[in-house]
Design a protein around this ligand. Structure first.
Ligand code: HEC
Ligand code: HEC
Length: 209
């Protein structure tokens, strides 16, 4: 036993230190590399310019960590996406495959990185009459958890104000079909909305630019 400890412990300690250093260096270099990969779809600093890809810069750290866990558990659909740029341009993947490749440390570093950026609202066309109707619906049903017109990241419920309308439309559909699990208290509010209500809400969020 003594021989075992004296022989093995120093070796273990040394490799742990070296391992620790390697891990540390890799994590620092990796964040840049990881962000570069995300940027090929989500744009620079998460300010997506593609209407099917959500803007993720300026969303709360907790929401990003939660979303990644939801993808990992397959509690929301992973919609097939094409790399819009970079060496993989044109190749198909999805958020589930992407999340499966990330460690917990990667996810935390990415979430902190994107939470520190600014949410750059999408420039998009909307119908002012629908947006006005949507604002009323929002104030009565959604404002409690999506404060300031859905612009506050502090609710840890994403940012709706200025998000891409086609992404929001897809999101409403996946909540309605049950493919994306809804927070318990949001469900009754969402379920009483007509298709027209949903459209009005989407125009309201799109109108915030
Ligand atoms: C090939 C394109 C692509 C790449 C690469 C990519 N994403 Fe995504 N991401 C998407 C699309 C499309 C969606 C929305 C559809 C869905 O939910 O499947 C999305 C959704 C998300 C969401 C949910 C946003 C919300 O409002 O709920 C987060 C968070 C996210 N991505 C983070 C990342 C991070 C971090 C990386 C890099 C590690 C990354 N994505 C890489 C295409 C991509
Ligand atoms: C009781 C609190 C609560 C209420 C009320 C609520 N939400 Fe939510 N909402 C949340 C939380 C928490 C999340 C994040 C969880 C998730 O990812 O599904 C969320 C997520 C969302 C998302 C997805 C955002 C994204 O980036 O993918 C949309 C869209 C949304 N809510 C719309 C609405 C609308 C519209 C209403 C009003 C009709 C509403 N919510 C009412 C708590 C609420």
């Amino acid at each position: 036993m003594k021989a075992f400890t004296t022989k093995l412990l120093p070796a273990l300690a040394a490799s742990a230190v070296i391992g620790g250093m390697i891990i540390y260096d890799a994590a620092a270099a990796d964040l840049d590399k990881l962000v570069e990969d995300c940027a090929h779809c989500h744009g620079k600093d998460g300010a997506s310019t593609d209407s099917k890809v959500p803007i993720i810069g300026g969303i709360s750290e907790q929401y990003i960590i939660d979303s990644m866990a939801i993808y990992k558990d397959r509690d929301r659909p992973c919609i097939e996406a094409e790399y819009l740029d970079g060496p993989d341009k044109g190749n198909k993947t999805d958020m589930c495959k992407i999340v499966d490749e990330l460690s917990e440390g990667d996810i935390e570093a990415l979430a902190s990185f994107y939470a520190g950026k600014t949410f750059v609202r999408a420039k998009q066309e909307f119908d002012p009459a629908k947006a006005a109707a949507g604002q009323k619906l929002h104030d009565n049903n959604c404002e409690k958890c999506h404060a300031d017109g859905g612009s506050s990241p502090e609710d840890d419920a994403g940012v709706l104000a200025g998000q891409w309308m086609p992404y929001l439309e897809q999101t409403f559909e996946s909540y309605a079909s049950g493919e994306r699990i809804m927070p318990k208290k949001m469900k009754p509010k969402m379920e009483k909305l007509s298709d027209e209500d949903k459209e009005n809400l989407i125009h309201y969020y799109g109108s915030l630019q």
